[in-house]
Design a protein around this ligand. Structure first.
Ligand SMILES: C[S@@+](CC[C@H](N)C(=O)[O-])C[C@H]1O[C@@H](n2cnc3c(N)ncnc32)[C@H](O)[C@@H]1O
Length: 207
């Protein structure tokens, strides 16, 4: 068995016995990732009716599905991803790299002069498996996401971002603390315990 086949089989076995995978299917969500957002929402109430929310790295779409339900008809969800995404009811989607000016321009056009209440990023770069290469790439993506968030958020807005524990994380937290009123580290139960993944929730932008 090749190393690749081995890790693929381990992934398949983990998916097969993961209760979140079944639960996502049963509730019509496209990915188990939805439960991380749902658990954060239960604790922090970051999504409310009428909000304008931007979902960075949205495909296949479970966070967008969840956000659209939470903000309701009076709200708006704008989603962006490098990859295509099957349409999600009440979500406007832009395919592209959110760090590219043309993608930002498309998102700005959809915003139509409104400020966002919440920017959320579940993005991750393609991982090589080599931590010394992957960690700086993750941090770079997170830096770009916070810059983008500051560009579109209104005063008092929130920013939720996925990160990986390792070099650069503490400095990143300190930086956000200078711009947002409150910053909290969150490890939702649905995030695998063995994964270095964590989420940062920064609230009260500019306060
Ligand atoms: C873990 S998935 C997101 C899953 C999603 N939250 C859900 O619930 O379905 C991360 C996504 O980030 C996207 N991504 C990574 N870098 C990006 C970039 N620079 N611009 C846009 N999307 C990006 C990837 O294409 C990938 O689809």
């Amino acid at each position: 068995m090749t190393a690749r086949g081995g890790s693929g089989n381990r992934w398949r076995m983990r998916q097969d016995r993961d209760p979140y995978v079944d639960e996502a299917l049963r509730r019509g969500f496209r990915s188990r990732a939805v439960f991380k957002l749902e658990q954060i929402q239960k604790r922090e109430r970051i999504l409310r009716r009428g909000m304008v929310c931007i979902d960075l790295g949205a495909s296949p779409g479970s966070w967008s599905q969840f956000a659209a339900r939470a903000v309701g008809e009076g709200g708006a969800v704008l989603a962006v991803d490098l990859l295509p995404m099957d349409p999600v009811a009440d979500v406007s989607f832009v395919q592209g790299d959110f760090t590219q000016p043309e993608t930002v321009a498309e998102l700005a056009a959809l915003l139509g002069g409104r400020r966002a209440d919440l920017v959320m990023s579940d993005m991750a770069p393609n991982m090589s498996g080599n931590r010394t290469i992957d960690q700086p790439r993750c941090m770079e993506l997170a830096e770009a996401a916070s810059e983008f968030a500051e560009h579109v958020l209104g005063g008092g807005g929130s920013f939720l971002v996925k990160l990986f524990q390792g070099a650069g994380l503490d400095a990143y937290v300190r930086d956000l603390e200078g711009r947002f009123g409150k910053v909290r580290r969150i490890k939702p139960r649905a995030s695998r315990a063995q994964s270095r993944e964590i989420y940062l929730l920064a609230r009260d932008y500019g306060m």
